[in-house]
Structures are given as structure tokens and as C-alpha cells.
Design a protein. Sequence first.
Lengths: 656, 357
Amino acid sequence: MSRVKTLTSLGIVRGFAAGFAGWAIGYGLVTILRVMMGLEVSWLPMTTQGAPTEPAMVVGALFGVIGFMLGVGAMSDWLKWAQGQETPLHHGPPQDRPAWTRWFGVDYSHKIIGVQYAVTGVILLLVAGTLAIMFRFELMAPGLSTLSTDASGAPATSWFYTAISAHGIIMIASILLGVGGMSNYLVPLMIGASDMAFPRLNAFAYWINVPGATLVVLAMFLGGWDTGWTGYPPLSAQAPLGVQFFFLGVFFIGLSSILGSINIIVTTLRMRAPGMSMFRMPIFVWAAFATAIIQLTATQLIGLSFLMVLIQRLMGMGFFDPRVAALGIATIEQMPPADRWVGGGNPILFQHLFWFYSHPAVYIFILPGLGIISELLPVFARKPLFGYKWIAMSSMAIALVGFLVWAHHMFVSGMNYYLRVPFMYSTLLVAVPTGVKFFSWVGTLWQGKIDLKTPMLFTLGAISVFLIGGLTGPPLGTVTTDLNLHDTYYVVGHFHATMFGGFVFPFFAALYYWYPKVTGKMYNERLGQLHFSLMLPAFYVMSLGQIWVGMMGMRRRIADYGPELGIAGGQMAVTIAALVIAVSVLIMLYNLIVSARRGTVAVANPWRSRGLEWQVPSPIPEVSYATTPMVVGEPYDYGLAGSTYVRMAPAMTGGD
Amino acid sequence: MDGSSNGPSNGLSNRRHLIIVGALTLIVTVIVALLLRNVQLFQPPASTQAGPIDALMAAELLIIAFLFALIVVFMIYSVVVFRRKPGEDGDGVHFHGNTKLEITWTIIPLVVVLVLGFFAAQGLADVTRAADNELKVEVIAQQFAFRFNYPDQGIENSTELVLPVDQPLHLYITAVDVIHDFWVPEFRVKQDAVPGLVRELRLTPNKLGEYKVRCDELCGILHHQMLANVRVVEQSEFDSWVNGKVAEAAAGPQLSEAAQRGQELTVSTGCTACHNVTGEAGGIGPTWKGVFGHETELADGSTVTADEAYIKNSILNPNAQVVAGYPSNVMPQTYADQLTDEQINDIVEYIKSLGSE
């Protein structure tokens, strides 16, 4: 097959081509309609503020996403069903093209989709990380650098505000993809299932992320936006065009969450191997299950709130527009009495709608990672997981309580004062199930036989980092102290610690741990330890530095600060630490990429794990379990002589 | 899996291990707590509200020190003492859990957070309580400056916040465009300024000094620069400042009717938040004092005379002829729609009256 033919056969290439065509059709349609209505148009897109091409661009983007999904082939089976055609599920690499092409198009195997999720997540991690390095260069010393001033010395900081906004949302997308990768790859394997309940939905849920993330990245170049990833109106209602691409991109990334979670829930409830009761599942499956419940029920709210601002911009709706200027109000005398609305829309309503998803969202980000910690500790301590049932239930409890705390992001927002104390109590309550996890992890390590391989290093690092994140929470959850700390860099330190401890470190642990199972090769242990020994101390410096400068008065989301706060040293330390973390991540990438080719061949079960997936060859054959496994014992009975977890069929075939 | 080593590890009984690790935990708690107390963590407090807030924070830091030590010491102890030696192949001690322990470490944290919540609610009541004889100050936030009114003293649109020490304040806070936030780190408390809503904040500065109000809700590309000076002074100095401001407002230059209307417009449409008439440099926008007829250097390097046409164009097309050293895309571009031709002429007349060079 010729090079060109191979390239143009790739789903992703066809997707982008069809996406571009879709965008052009949408743009053209709206422009024609506007011409017919006598409205201002431009046949070429404009990205300047207030340009008349915004509606055309937004509808174009929508059509572009639909075009992409058609082009990549994520809807082809369903379209065939609509025409009464049969579509047998094809297993294995494509017959008429090189095997590697299956990674770049629609494939229905959960193992392929899991890797697609994880790799895309890592790519977005690198993009967002690069943005962070860029704006940390600005922040390392007081005063605006040449990056943020124009020729005449005036501040030119819009790139900075776009960069922090994009960093936030692209990191979130990266985390959602990493979560999707772990859940998709592991859940069916861990319960002895052949695949997910709905393989085509699974592929669709992965692929919708690609145009979604593309829109968010494009937003940086189509005018950017200055609202942060939280997109509060009225600022977002008047922001440059980039904010619309941000809103639309997040909408579709959110759709992926919802559709993917359906698969996890149904698969977990209906496809477990015989003998695997809910309390005999690997603990990670509980974590993925609790996470999926949140994704299924909360994500709609960010879609809604973003859609409302998008439509407020396009159609002049007044959802969040207090219309102060239109009502001619410029002094407080002209306003109604304190605590009464002037009329028009309510900006605080947006915050309620937004945070109703975005708080549970942070539990989506961390529950799987905490599940990874619980999963790996027994293997490397050679002891049962302490209090398995309590840990499983704590994930469900966190998922539930997480829905009751959102307004702790709004203590100073101007919402009704009486709401503050109840939300404070509910917020502090989340500490209880989280504490159960920490104590159980200590219980798992106690009296163990601990082996410090790279996955275990990252697991232990995750616990200590997540501890910092968790402990810095109560001062924010307590209204009184939050009055000082809200919107300072203390908050930035808190959530970086929780995100690194709850996702990044566990995700890296998972990458190292399952690497031999996925690739059949072993990564380089020395480089893994080097990665860890650079990243953990650097992260401590970065996180404690952020927390400290925030307490000293550094606000968040500012391009510059003055020398009078006395934090220049702390800021420099944070920037240098970020650079060290970046270098350590590059070391990991080098390790994982090169070991795939030059690594030693891995044995099927290098960690002597009792898990189902470790009882089959590496890499896992196309059909994971040639015959259905039988679960006959507890998953974590390390140290109990003669205990078995699962009985695999006696004759295993290797390879496809 | 082989199930050897079901006995105690390292020759020590479990109780011994727990005593050692317990002692280590206490030691590390004390070290961390001392560290936190002896490093400067906050700007020095300058309000009575800072008292309960800083006290609660200190208590929280103590709890944090203990819990951090508890988990990390146990973890590191385990990794060191219960380490697998090279060549060793056995497993750890086999136990699944301990229901009594689980209940204990569920109940105790629950009680701790409820108690913390109770004291925090008390603290919140303390810092939000109204006082007698409060001084009323209105805070109006806009992109990218604050204005302060003292309605009872008859002062409007001060760009600096001058306050008498130990005087309880009742702040009325709002915004005219997007959400901003009023915060002075030394005073601790903050409140979002929301357009369409007036929100109150109680504050009693109790330390003389100079501080800055810092906008603490992202409000656009100059959010970092949205600051205002605060001076906490003795009551007598405050009184003379008030008298000075009132006199200044009363004894303004004799303005024509058009210029008078123009002056009122520049206040009500917010111009004076960014453009001062005193001649001070360093504002968000260029000063108007002496601007009329002045040779002005523009950002693109050219020079222009600030005649009526230039001033009018600066209102209608703010980005067309930006002065060197000032940012573009900051001045609202809505004045062309918001103001009539006559209103714009009035404003030009007012600016002309501020002197020429």
C-alpha cells in the first residue's frame, strides 16, 4: 500500500478532513443566512473582538465536530443499522492495512481504546505543561518581562491570561483522558470480561475527545480568552472569540465522560466473571465504578452552564447579564438596597450551575488514582488490602458527599450569606471517608514485606502528595479562613497537590506497573527511579512554594506581582521546580518509548500479582481470556498459604 | 503464593513497633508545628477581623502538622522497617482489617470536623458582626480600577482609600461591568464585587500604615494591575483629608455649563477611574491635566497634537491612537454607542478646561 494511501486511510486523517469540510459548510450556511437577513458578514473568518463572524465560527465548529466523527468512522456502524445492515464486530488488526493503523482510527477493542485514551492524555499533558512553563517564566520574578510588554513598554498580557486558561482546561481534559485510559483498559480485564458492554459506544466516547480537545487548543489561536478555565460571566460574555471554542470543546469532552461512564457502570454490574461478587472485585473497579456514577450524573451541568453563556453571546439572551449599563446604573445610589438584585440576569447563578459539576469533577479526577494506590499497595507490600470493604464504600461515600459541597467555591461570591455555614459542614465531612483511605493504606503497609520498585515509589509518593493536598483543604472549606485564602495562590497549591497526588503520581505508577502487560517489554528500572527522585522533591518545593506565596498575599490568575509582598524567592523556587518536574516527565517518556523497542522481554507476571490480567501472557492476546476465569477466593490474600483468587482454564494459548 | 512469615517482623512485637512509631510521630508533629510557627506565613495583620481568622488558621495548622506526621511517619517507618531484603521471597503478615480500628478512625475525625466547624462558625460570626457608629464607604469596581465614595462625608470617586484607625467600617461593594473583588491581604477579609448587586463587608483596620486593595477575581487582561492605595491614619489626619477633598470638590475651576455637564458625565460613565485630573502619572490611562493641545507621543512612534479631534477620536475609537506606554484593548469601546454627540462634546469641553500646555 502506498504511503499516501495508508495515510489517507487513517481514521484520524479522514476525521480531520471531514471536520474541516464540516466547519466550512457550517460557516458557509450561517454566512448565507446572515446575508439573506441583511446582517453584517465576512466570508473570511475574523478573530478580532466583536467580529460579526462569531455565529458562523461557532456553528462551523459544531458542524466540524460532527464532520470529524463521521469521517473517523465512529458512527458508521450505527448509520448502517439505521439502514438495516448487519455489522459483525471485527476483532483484531485490520486485514488490508498495516497493523499499526488500528491505533489511528476507530477500533472496538477496549485494550486499544484504553491505550488511545492514555496516549492522547499524555499528549495533552505535555501541551498544558508547556503552557505552564511559559507563564511560570513570567511569574518567576516581579515585573512584566518582554513576553508581556509591547514595543512601547505597555503591558501586553492577553497571551498570559489565555495561557493560564488553556493550561487549566487542557490539564483537566488530560486527566479525564487518563482516567478513561485506566478505566477502559483495566475494568474488563480485572473482572474477567472479554470487552466492555458497548464497544461501539466506547470507541465513540474516545474519539469525540479529539475534536473537542482540538477546539480547545484552537481557541488559543482564535483570539484566546481571558476568563480562566472557570469562564465566569459577565467576563466570559464579553471575552474574545476563543471563549466560544473553549465552551464548545468542553461540551464535547464532557459528552465523552457521560458516554464512557455508561459503559463502565453496565460492564461492572453485568459482566463480572463467575464467582466474582461485588466485594471480590479488584478495588480499582470500585473506584472506576464510583467515578463513573459521578461522570454520568454531574457532567450535564457544565455542558448546560457553558451552553447558556454561548447562547447568551450568540443570541443576546440575558441569562447571566445584570444589564447594569443598559439600565444606566453607575452609582450605588441608583441600585436597589443591598442584597437585592437590580434586575436582569444573575452572574451568581452561573457559578452555582458550574460548580455543581466542577466540584464532583475533582472527585472524578482523583478517585481512580486513589483506587490505583489501593490496588498496588497489596502487591508491593505482599499483604491484604486493609479494610477492603471500608475502602470500597469510602469511594462511594466520597462520590455522594461530593455532590453536597459545591458552594465552598463561592463563599465570597455574593451568594446568600446563610448558605455558607451548611456548605462548610458538608465540605469538612468529606475528610472522613478520605481519612479512612489514608489510614487503610497505612494499615496495608504495616507489617508488610515492602518492595520499592518504580510503581511502588510513585504509589507512596502519591500518598504523601495527596496528603498535602487533602490537609490544605480544611482551611479553604472553613469559611472564616477562606475569606483570606480564596483566590490566592494557596488555592493553586492545594489543587496542584490534590491533582498530582490523586492523579499524576498514581497515573505514572499505573503506566509503569502495567507497562510490561501492555507492551510485553520491561521499562528501565534505573530511569524510573531517576524520574521519581527528581519529581517528588521538585513537586514538594513547587506545592509548598505555591501554598506559601499564596498565604503571603499572592493572588491567583495574575500576570505580575509587586516586590512588596516579599515572595520573589518563593516564586523563583516554584518556577525552577516546575522545570525539574518537566525534565523528569521527559525522562519517563524516553524510558517508555525506547523500552518498547529495546527493553528486555517481560515475564507474564513480573510483580507476582494475584490479579486476573497477570495470569495471561504479555502482551495480552486479542481475546484476553480464552476461557472464562472462575473466581474462587479473595483478591488480596497475599501471605495466606494455599489461597487462590482465580482459576484460569488449564490450557492457555498465547498470541493471536 | 507462599505464606511464610506470619509472625512479627524484625524481632520486635507489634506493640513495640507502635510505641516507637507513636513517639516518632509526636516528635515530627512538634518539629513541623514549630516550623510553621517560626516561618512568616502571612502579611502582618492590620484589622480586628484578622484576630479570629489568624487564630483559627493557627489551630488548623496544628491539626495539619499532626495528621501529616501521623501518616508520613507511619509510612516511612514501614518502608524502612518492613522492607523486603534482597533475596527474601516471603509475604507480609496476613490480616484483612480491624473493624474496631475502622470505627475509631471514622468517629474521631467526624467529631474533629464537627468541632472545627462549630468554632469556625463562631469565628465567622465574630468577623461579620456589625458595630455601632460604623463609617460607611462605597466601593465601586470596574475594569481596571476602584473608586471609593464616602456618602456621609460627601466625598465621591476617591481613587485612594483613606481610613481612620480603629474605626469600624461598613463597606458597600459593587461593580459596573464584570465581577471583581475587594481584598487587602493585611485586613484578611474579602468580598466579590458583583455587577447588579450590592454586597456588604465589615472591616475595622487597627494598624496605621499603607496597604493596597488588590482585585481578587479575574476581571480581564489587566487584572494583575487593578490595585488601589489604602492609608490607615489617625482620626485627625482623616478629618483633615476629608475637609481637603470636600473643599477641592467645592472650589473646582469655574466651568462652563457644557464643561460642567461633561464633568458629571466623566464620573457617571467611569472615565475618572482610569484618567485622573491631578496630573499624576502611572494610572491605567493618561492624565487629562494639561492634555489639551499637548504634543503626545503615540504607541506607534508618531507624534500628534491633542486637539479636539484627537480627544474625540480617543473616545470613539480608543484603540486608534493609543498613547505610548499605555495598553490598548483596555478602554471600553462602547462610548460611541453609549453617548450622544452632544455628550461627547461636553466631555471634550471639560477636558479642555483642565488646562493646556
